[in-house]
Design a protein around this ligand. Structure first.
Ligand code: SRM
Ligand code: SF4
Length: 592
């Protein structure tokens, strides 16, 4: 297949492109390097391992100071690919056991409904992956320049729309999986094993009919939303599909293209972006349409500069009309017009809810997705005990939470008791700010982190909860997201309020996004030290409490008044007493 660029200039490939092309379909020197008596691999192999679901990392807390040699202790992060976030009880228990046997004793639910295991040493990778494979779990294509885990709403409610959305999620995932046999050769000694397909597939060959030898220019993300339910943040996906239901009948999907979050603080030509409406597609054509979108990105995406290689930059450079024409030319037919749809909400799916088949599911809030045991809250042990005893289905959510499904009505109180005995609080007892918050992994494992996130957000949330409670705002839906760098792994740029790592212990504050996931937020203040974040947000909460319109949410309020107004209020507020009774005075004074 020919390689083109957005402006049809001759291509100049980045180093990673050469590594992919010369890798013989993701093999490279991996076999030799994995067998070598070293704890890390070469740069080439690092890039190729991503396609196998692996990141070489080091524990940044353990680095020796530069003056003493800057030594690193290497290990690997393994991400398993779970389309729609669905697992069986047995598959959950395999992850749980491997976390203790080979990783750091914790499981991490990701913002794309996957599990990550951190801290696996090189010599244990093969057994870890082979064990997962025996339980029909793959990590192939969980990372790398391919279509990543396809996400959809995880709530296991039985209705024909949800069933079809999950079916399409699985079909897309299977259709867009890499076909290389390298994964089996390396990790499972070439036995015919699970390759991510819901149904057995024909013997795989070394050709990549969709991707080609160089795979995609960059990672590629697909998410499917339900009518009114945007828990997948559909506008942030490279391709977003929103199910359309008319008169109770599932008609197909509205298609969005060109969403993405990543940016760089110092490169103004990098930016988060919401997807543009491309059109409407019937269910029987959706695989074909998404495949054609993927191939347009394959052929025209930027392969020389990885900072501009995501689909969003192509859509932005071309405009959606030109992009649509290219997709339609490949399809051989025109896409239908976008259909009217109900407004969206980010549904968390927490607490007990009926499934519609006589059984129930329980959504448990997992702080920043980390399943671990602490003295007061033995989440990992508690979940294991429930899963072993009741054998529920498991679903991971894009909000980093976990759903236990297919629980009989008679077992509900026993499940509650078991969780309570392990100190696991029901979601209803947590604050709204807490359950709507997310942080990315960041330190100590993420090599790109500029600041803390997962480890820092809990204290910030405590502070915000106290501020909100003092103002009577504790039931307000305010989504708070924190990331350790601007790459946006917790999708911060659509949150009502976001803290994005800027440098060690300093953050940029963003306000005015939408908890519905339909609007980007705006930078409000830069270089705020972590211990000042709550103090900087305090005046905004006061202003909101005093001047909001009936029913208006925090993000909508911030967007309506604008950051200049917020800054002016905050400047005035900092000179005012913060006593509750005097807030009205402060506002009146400001307004005057
Ligand atoms: Fe991410 C890179 C963690 C979802 C945008 N992300 C990374 C790496 C692998 C760091 C690296 O490249 O060395 C992080 C590993 C940290 C660790 O120690 O575990 C990492 N990303 C995560 C996870 C685990 C965050 C979490 O707390 O849940 C999420 C795993 C998802 C999954 O299961 O597949 C995760 N990453 C996202 C999302 C959100 C999403 O996909 O819905 C985004 C923003 C959406 C997007 O892609 O635009 C995201 N991650 C990035 C980027 C910026 C990409 C860009 O276009 O600029 C990077 C850096 C890169 O690719 O160069 C990155
Ligand atoms: Fe790492 Fe940055 Fe992603 Fe956080 S946002 S996990 S710090 S790459």
């Amino acid at each position: 297949m020919s390689q083109k660029t957005a402006n049809d200039a001759p291509p100049k490939f980045s180093k990673v492109e050469t590594i992919k092309e010369q890798s013989n379909f993701l093999r490279g020197n991996l076999r030799e390097e994995l067998a070598a008596p070293t704890d890390n691999v070469s740069e080439e192999s690092k890039q190729l391992l991503k396609f196998h679901g692996l990141y070489e990392q080091d524990d940044r807390d353990q680095r020796t100071p530069r003056a003493q040699g800057g030594g690193k202790i290497y290990s690997f992060m393994l991400r398993t690919r779970l389309p729609g976030g669905v697992l069986t009880a047995e598959q959950y228990l395999v992850h749980d056991e491997l976390a203790d046997r080979f990783a750091n004793g914790t499981l991490r639910i990701t913002t794309r409904e996957c599990f990550q295991l951190h801290g696996i040493i090189k010599g244990d990778l093969k057994e870890t992956i082979a064990t997962l494979n025996q339980a029909l779990i793959t990590s192939l294509g969980a990372c790398g320049d391919v279509v990543r885990n396809v996400v959809c709403c995880p709530a296991p409610i039985h209705d024909h729309v949800r069933d079809q959305v999950l079916a399409v999620t699985r079909q897309l995932s299977q259709h867009l999986l890499p076909r290389t046999r390298a994964y089996h050769e390396l990790w499972i000694d070439n036995e015919k094993v699970y390759d991510g397909a819901a149904e057995p597939v024909a013997e795989q060959a070394d050709e990549e009919p969709i991707y080609g030898k160089r795979y995609l220019p960059r990672k590629f993300k697909i998410g499917l939303a339900l009518p009114g339910d945007n828990c997948v943040d559909v506008y942030t996906q490279d391709v977003g599909l929103i199910a359309v239901v008319e008169d109770g009948s599932f008609e197909g999907f509205n298609v969005l293209v060109g969403g993405g979050m990543g940016m760089n603080h110092t490169k103004a030509d990098t930016f988060p972006r919401l997807g543009d409406p491309l059109g409407f597609v019937r269910p029987e054509h959706v695989i074909d349409v998404v495949e054609k979108i993927v191939t347009v990105q394959r052929d025209y995406g930027n392969r020389s500069d990885r900072k501009h290689a995501r689909l969003k930059y192509l859509v932005d450079a071309w405009g959606v009309e030109r992009f649509r024409s290219e997709v339609e030319a490949r399809l051989g037919y025109s896409l239908a017009a976008w259909r009217p749809i109900p407004s969206l909400e980010n549904e968390l799916h927490l607490g007990w809810q009926p499934q519609g088949d006589g059984n129930w599911f329980l959504g448990i809030s997992v702080e920043n997705g980390r399943i671990a045991d602490t003295d007061s809250r033995r989440l990992k042990q508690g979940l294991r005990a429930v899963v072993q005893r009741f054998q529920p289905g498991i679903r991971l959510t894009p909000n980093q939470d976990i759903l236990l499904t297919d629980i009989k009505p008679a077992d509900r109180s026993a499940v509650d008791e078991l969780l309570q005995a392990h100190g696991i609080a029901p979601a209803e007892s947590l604050s709204t700010i807490q359950i709507y918050s997310m942080a990315c992994v960041a330190l100590p494992t993420c090599g790109l982190a500029l600041a803390e996130a997962e480890r820092a957000l809990p204290a910030v949330i405590d502070g915000l909860e106290a501020e909100a409670a003092a103002l009577g705002l504790d039931r307000e839906l305010i989504s708070v997201r924190m990331t350790g760098c601007p790459n946006g792994c917790a999708r911060p740029y659509v949150a009502d309020l976001a803290f994005v790592g800027r440098s060690a212990d300093q953050y940029m504050i963003f306000v005015g996004g939408s908890s519905r996931g339909t609007r980007l937020n705006t930078p409000y203040k830069d270089l705020v030290p972590r211990d000042q974040l709550v103090a900087e947000v305090r005046p905004l909460l006061h202003y909101f409490q005093t001047a909001r319109q009936p029913g208006e949410r925090f993000g909508d309020f911030c967007q309506r008044v604008g950051v200049d107004d917020l800054r002016a209020y905050a400047a005035h507020f900092h000179d005012q007493p913060t006593n509750q009774e005097e807030i009205g005075y402060a506002y009146r004074n400001f307004a005057a």
